[in-house]
Structures are given as C-alpha cells and as structure tokens.
Design a protein around this ligand. Structure first.
Ligand SMILES: Nc1ncnc2c1ncn2[C@@H]1O[C@H](CCC(=O)c2cccc(C(=O)O)c2)[C@@H](O)[C@H]1O
Ligand SMILES: [Zn+2]
Length: 386
C-alpha cells in the first residue's frame, strides 16, 4: 500500500544544510523539514536526497526519546511545574549532555511530562508521523511501560493508547509499528518484574509487542540478574534485544548473549575491543543496532571518526542503522544514514544494502520483509536509472 504522504524527492522545499552538532553552530530546532536535514557537506547533496526517499526499517528508537521538540514543548507548557523548557530553541541547549548519566536525567524529565493516556497517544502518533516522513515503512519502537505506570498512568489505558496510535499510524501513514518493552535496569528487579508482567500477561500485552529489552545505564547494572525475566519473556514468544556495550565493555555484550539470549544487541559499541566477540557476532549473524550520533551525544564515543562502525563492517557483522532518541541527539534516521554513508564511504547501492540489513534483522514476518526489500530495490533501480 502506498503511504499516504508526499515523496520527499518531489518536494521543492529548499535543502537546508545543517552542520553536525559536534562540529558547528547550533541549528534552530524544529524548523527545518525532517526529511531534508543534512548533516555533513562531505556527503554529496544528491545522496542526501536518495536517503530521504529510501524505504527503511528502524529497530532501535525510543518512544519518549523520539518526542519532537514541538511535542515536548507542548507537553512542557501543559505542566508548568516541569523543568523542561517550553521553547523549542531553549530545548536544543537542554538536550546537550555532559555524560550518559546527565542524558538519563534529562530523559526522565521528559518521561515526567507524559502523564495521561492522551499524552501517550499523541506522542506515539506524532512519532509515527515523523517516521513516515522519512520513509520508515516499519519500526520497532522501544517503550518503557514501567516508567509510565509507576507515574500513575493506568496500565490498561496505556496499552490502549499505544495500540490506538499504532493502528491509526498504519492506516494513515502506511508505517507498521511494533513494540519492544524494555526494563529500565537501574530501577532494579522491581521494574524487571513489572515489565515482565506487562509483557506476558495475556490480558495486558498489546498485539504489537514483539520484543523485550533492557535500557538505562549499564554501569552497576549487571545483565545476568535479569535472566529470569528474559527467560519468561522469551517463553512468551518475545525476542530478546537488550542494550549492551554502550557505556561498558565487551563483557556486557557477552553477558547479554549468554545470559539474556540476545538475538540483537542495542549499540554493542565496545564489541570492537574484542576480536573474538566480533567474530562471534559475524558468524552467528547477530545484528548490532548501531546509533552513531547517539554514541557521540552521550559521550560513549568521542568523535564520529572514531566510531567503531567501520570495524563492525570489516569483521562482517550485520550492521543496522538507527537513531535511538533522535530529537534529543539533534538527528533523525535520515541523518544517521548520511553519517553511515560518510564513515563507510557508501554510494546508493551501499545505502540500499544498509537499509535491507534493517529489514533482515527485524522481527517483521517474511511477506512484510519481502515487500520492503522489493520497495528498496525498485526505488534504488529507478534512482540510478534516472
Ligand atoms: N541510548 C540509550 N541507552 C540506554 N537507555 C536509553 C537510551 N535511550 C533511551 N533510553 C531509555 O532510557 C530509560 C532509562 C530509564 C532509567 O534508567 C530509569 C532509572 C531509574 C528509574 C526510572 C523510572 O522510570 O522511574 C528509569 C529507559 O527507558 C531506556 O529505554
Ligand atoms: Zn537505546
């Protein structure tokens, strides 16, 4: 089904150049159209245009972390007690982090703005709209239900809100959403129990739920303790996709694989420090959910040129490109593909392969995967023939 929105390649809106956050002056948030934000003059302009129209699948992107500056400022205005700025411009500075712990503090201040099922529905629908504008045909959106239910949102109403938004987004934008429920690890085993209950109780678990994750700080939050909860989630038919190796070493990735039976790894950045781990990931075709700009914004990696994405591809690891918390990191998915193109020296064919990695690594059914793969091939062939 053709998505019900304009193909950005036909738009006559000016291409606005935006220099990357770490390199140049701040850009005004929420102004430039999402689909045409450019990241780096080193990437040819027509490659940005190719990316803007390329059908994609996104596997590592957070619900609250995807709230656009407009949504965040709107919600902040509803809750004057919040420390979150109501002005999108001020939000750019507010979303500048000194380290990962600071990022989590800011993230939770935005979580605090989501207080009603209507807030949840609005946020989810608008995130899907932003994805559709970037030609995202399928996304696995990571949601942390514990953080919302513990803040007083009724669990049943929460599930209804995300499901209503998911069905509306598919009908109106043609974007297929699925859910990953993740445990905020630092909140401890209470949050693990609650998240597992919400994910496995047939009276509660939403139809769109496909996977089970583990987010938040890794330091001081050892993965093995969550094994019983992942065992229950896997027994209930969910796929295991914990964050690991984002802010700690390769041992955390090994733990996620051995104790949590991870089918994919969120970030896995430090895997590059362990050649045996890289070989294992490549041999078992265990995908990495790579989020380049996220790693810079949270200071997990110093500069993009030092990002280990090149080591991953050289080792034959299945790399997928994702945006993690796009507005918070001053990026979007198209931006992340442009960053990958620059770091890996990709042309249109290379970018199409990267997009197909995301489809292959997804938990979408086989007909759905074939449909998006064909769209990518048709789009790429038409682009190269034009
Ligand atoms: N790049 C990221 N890497 C890791 N996680 C990321 C990333 N981006 C977003 N997240 C999300 O940040 C949250 C963290 C929430 C958290 O730590 C916490 C701690 C104590 C109490 C509570 C609470 O809710 O009461 C929450 C998680 O929901 C996770 O999905
Ligand atoms: Zn993440």
């Amino acid at each position: 089904m053709r998505p019900a929105y304009d193909d950005p390649r036909t738009t006559d809106q000016p291409i606005t150049r935006v220099r990357h956050r770490t390199a140049g002056p701040r850009r005004r948030f929420g102004e430039e159209p999402l689909t045409e934000r450019l990241v780096d003059p080193a990437v040819p302009r027509d490659l940005h245009a190719f990316i803007a129209g390329l059908p994609k699948a996104e596997l590592h992107v957070h619900h609250v972390g995807s709230a656009s500056p407009r949504i965040v400022s709107e919600l902040a205005a509803r809750h004057p007690d919040s420390k979150v700025p109501t002005d999108p411009e001020a939000l750019v500075d507010y979303f500048t982090f000194t380290d990962f712990a600071h990022f989590i503090d800011v993230y939770l201040s935005v979580v605090d703005l989501i207080r009603t099922p209507e807030d949840v529905r609005l946020l989810t629908y608008e995130v899907a709209r932003d994805m559709a504008r970037q030609q995202v045909r399928y996304a696995e959106l990571t949601i942390t239900p514990f953080s919302s239910t513990r803040r007083g949102i009724d669990e049943g109403a929460f599930m209804d809100a995300i499901e209503d938004a998911r069905k509306a987004a598919e009908a109106e934008f043609g974007t297929v959403l699925r859910w990953c429920f993740d445990i905020p690890g630092e909140a401890g085993l209470e949050s693990a129990e609650e998240t597992t209950r919400l994910a496995t109780d047939d009276r509660l678990r939403p139809e769109g739920l496909v996977s089970f994750g583990l987010g938040g700080p890794e330091i001081g939050v050892a993965r093995p303790q969550f094994k019983p909860y992942f065992d229950r989630a896997i027994a209930a038919g969910l796929h295991s996709v914990p964050h690991a190796g984002e802010t700690t070493g390769p041992g955390t990735v090994w733990d996620a694989l051995t104790h949590l039976r991870a089918e994919r790894i969120g970030h896995g950045t430090s895997s590059a420090q362990d050649p045996k781990l890289l070989a294992h990931l490549a041999e078992r075709r265990i995908p990495l959910e790579v989020c380049p700009t996220s790693n810079i914004a949270t200071r997990a990696v110093r500069t993009l040129d030092e990002h280990p994405i090149k080591e991953f591809t050289r080792a034959g690891v299945l790399v997928t490109i994702n945006s993690d918390d796009p507005p918070m990191f001053g990026t979007d998915l198209n931006n992340e593909y442009a960053v990958a193109a620059r770091l890996l020296g990709l042309d249109e064919r290379g970018l199409a392969e990267l997009a197909k990695n995301g489809v292959e690594a997804s938990f979408l059914d086989a007909p759905g995967k074939a449909r998006i793969r064909d769209e990518i091939d048709t789009y790429t062939a038409a682009w190269l023939a034009s």
